[in-house]
Design a protein around this ligand. Structure first.
Ligand code: HEC
Length: 94
């Protein structure tokens, strides 16, 4: 009887831990470009990510461009430096 309850506790623990791991994993995988930028930056409304990759060589130059040259419609995004850096990495800048 005791062995079975220890086994059950272990099962529950593994279950809880695996949910925790899969959640943190999903969080690091979240892509910002498709959610935050792609709807406008499709190459028609505004320049595509391929065009940006060609125009901006580094994360720093890219971040400055987002903040200084980005459209007014992007104002809500401009203070989130972490997100901008992630987007830069997503489109292939180092
Ligand atoms: C609501 C639409 C919209 C969204 C969302 C948007 N942009 Fe923009 N973006 C624009 C427009 C329009 C321009 C062109 C502004 C101009 O020419 O005056 C622009 C310009 C830019 C520029 C400067 C391009 C140049 O002329 O060199 C960069 C860099 C940029 N966006 C990056 C981003 C990133 C990164 C995101 C997502 C975090 C994003 N934008 C989200 C509409 C948007």
């Amino acid at each position: 009887m005791k062995a079975i309850s220890i086994f059950l506790v272990q099962l529950v623990l593994i279950f809880v831990i695996s949910i925790f791991i899969s959640n943190t994993h999903a969080a690091t995988r979240t892509q910002f470009w498709p959610k935050m930028c792609a709807s406008c930056h499709d190459g028609k409304t505004a320049m595509s990510k391929e065009a940006m990759r060609g125009k901006y060589q580094t994360v720093t130059v890219f971040s400055e461009a987002v903040q200084n040259k980005g459209g007014r419609c992007m104002n809500i995004l401009k203070n989130d430096k972490k997100m901008i850096k992630k987007v830069a990495n997503e489109i292939g800048l180092k």
